[in-house]
Structure formats: structure tokens, C-alpha cells
Design a protein around this ligand. Structure first.
Ligand code: NAP
Length: 231
């Protein structure tokens, strides 16, 4: 396998950090990013202690200046980006009801979980070579065919929107053969998923790592456990 240059947003912990770990273990040039520089450097050191060398760049996906700055760094240090993994997201504890939530909960969630992924992609796609890949970390909560569970509705709507964005970006980038896919990691033991979650971060990261490195050509699809599922 040829080594790829891969950037993962929100990768100082949780599923993002595990995606970075697995991709680095495979010999790729991986760029760990975090909105908080200290947390990012700590995560980079954690991997160093595991004998894994990864790059670090500060990136707050909700801040256009930070996106621009990260882009400039990737462009000047690497010249291109083979794979962009839009993993960062938030799940706000106030997110209980679309009808009763303060509007700010909905706006903040949509911004961090869907508009920001589009903003990052808009900034970086010019340096993604033809045949490159964009991967969105979605959620079963964003499914438009599974029954609605009622939990964290703004979060679920933001992930449905992310799915719609994924499909349209896949169409727009098909002329450059850049694939754009989303995946559901399942319910994973992280700060977001909590301790009751049945899946390990290794299981949660697996489909993203596979989408970043497999030989497949699928685009505009939603995956779970390496299989395309209904949106
Ligand atoms: N865990 C689950 O069960 C589950 C299920 C389905 C989907 N997912 C999805 O999987 C992805 C990773 O979730 P996780 O469980 O690993 O959550 P997590 O442990 O809470 O990690 C989320 C990461 O996103 C970062 N982040 C949040 N806002 C950001 C911003 N504005 N700019 C940059 N980074 C930001 C966080 O940084 P800080 O450390 O600074 O907060 C953290 O690194 C998310 O897209 C989530 O929606 C998770």
C-alpha cells in the first residue's frame, strides 16, 4: 500500500484519535488535529509513546481563520491531502427537544456538525488530488430510514444534514473522481458515547480506516461495518 497523507478533524481523543492511531500503524502520514493545541500535543505525545509518529496542526472547525491557517500549513508542508476525515462533532447536553430547546442549541449543533464539515471541505478540496477521498463521521441518529429514537434531536438532524451534504458533494466532486462517503461508527465508548456503549474505539474507527485505504470506488454512500446501508 502506498502511504497517504490523511488529516482527521477532532482527533485529540475518542474515535478520531483511534482513526489516527490505526492509519499511522499502517504507515500513512497522518495529521492529528485539535481545536485545543495543548490537548492535540498531548495526544501526539501519547502516540509517540506507542512509537507512532504523527503530525499535529491546530484546527477549530467552527473558526474560519483556524481552517484557513490549517490549510496553509498542510499546503506548504505536504503540498496535497489524499484523504480528509471530517470526524469532529458535538453533542450538547441541553439537546432534548426540537420544540422546547433554545434556538441556540439547534444552531450551535448544526454549525459544528454540518456547516463546519462543509467549510473545512470547501477549504481543502483544491489540494485533494483526483482520486482522493473525503469521509464524514456520521451517526445512526442521522439515518433517514431507521425509526426516530427521540434522543438528542438537534444532533440527529445535524447528522441527517451531513448525509445530504455528503451526497451532494459526492456529485459535485465526481468529475475529479474524489469520493465522498459517510459512515456510522455505532455506539462507541468515548466521552460522547459514554461508558455504557458496547463498542470499543477500535471498532468505531474501523470503517473510517477502511474507507480511507480500501480499493473501492463507492461515493455518495453511507456505511456501517464496512457495508453500504440505507441513508
Ligand atoms: N461515540 C459514539 O457512540 C458515536 C456514535 C455515532 C457517531 N459518533 C460520531 O463520531 C465522531 C467522534 O465522536 P467521539 O465519540 O469520538 O466523541 P468525543 O470523544 O467527544 O470527541 C469529539 C472530538 O471532536 C472535537 N471537536 C468538537 N468540536 C470541535 C471543533 N469546533 N473543532 C475541532 N474539534 C472539535 C473534540 O475536541 P475537544 O476535546 O476539544 O472537545 C473531540 O476531539 C463524532 O462525529 C460523533 O458524532 C460517535
Amino acid at each position: 500500500m502506498r502511504a497517504k497523507i490523511i488529516l482527521v478533524t477532532g482527533s485529540n481523543k475518542g474515535i478520531g484519535l483511534e482513526i489516527v492511531r490505526q492509519l499511522a500503524q499502517q504507515g500513512n502520514e497522518v495529521i492529528l488535529t485539535a481545536r485545543d493545541e495543548k490537548k492535540g500535543l498531548e495526544a501526539q505525545n501519547k502516540l509517540k509513546a506507542e512509537k507512532l509518529t504523527v503530525h499535529f496542526i491546530q484546527l477549530d472547525i467552527t473558526n474560519q481563520e483556524s481552517i484557513q491557517h490549517a490549510f496553509n500549513q498542510v499546503k506548504s508542508e505536504f503540498g496535497k491531502l489524499d484523504v480528509l476525515i471530517n470526524n469532529a462533532a458535538v453533542l450538547l447536553k441541553e439537546d432534548q427537544s426540537l420544540l422546547r430547546n433554545d434556538a441556540a442549541v439547534f444552531e450551535k449543533t448544526l454549525h459544528a456538525n454540518a456547516f463546519a464539515q462543509l467549510a473545512v471541505t470547501k477549504q481543502f478540496y483544491s489540494i485533494i488530488p483526483n482520486g482522493g477521498r473525503i469521509i464524514m463521521t456520521s451517526s445512526g441518529g442521522g439515518s433517514m430510514s431507521d425509526p426516530v429514537g427521540g434522543w438528542s434531536p438537534a444532533y440527529c438532524v445535524s447528522k441527517s444534514l451531513l448525509g445530504a451534504i455528503t451526497r451532494h458533494l459526492a456529485h459535485e466532486l465526481s468529475n475529479r473522481n474524489i469520493s465522498v462517503n459517510a459512515f456510522d461508527p455505532g455506539w462507541v465508548k468515548t466521552d460522547m458515547g459514554g461508558n455504557s456503549a458496547p463498542r470499543s474505539v477500535a471498532q468505531g474507527a474501523d470503517t473510517a480506516v477502511w474507507l480511507a485505504t480500501n480499493e473501492g470506488t463507492a461515493t455518495g454512500k453511507f456505511f456501517r461495518d464496512r457495508k453500504a446501508i440505507a441513508w
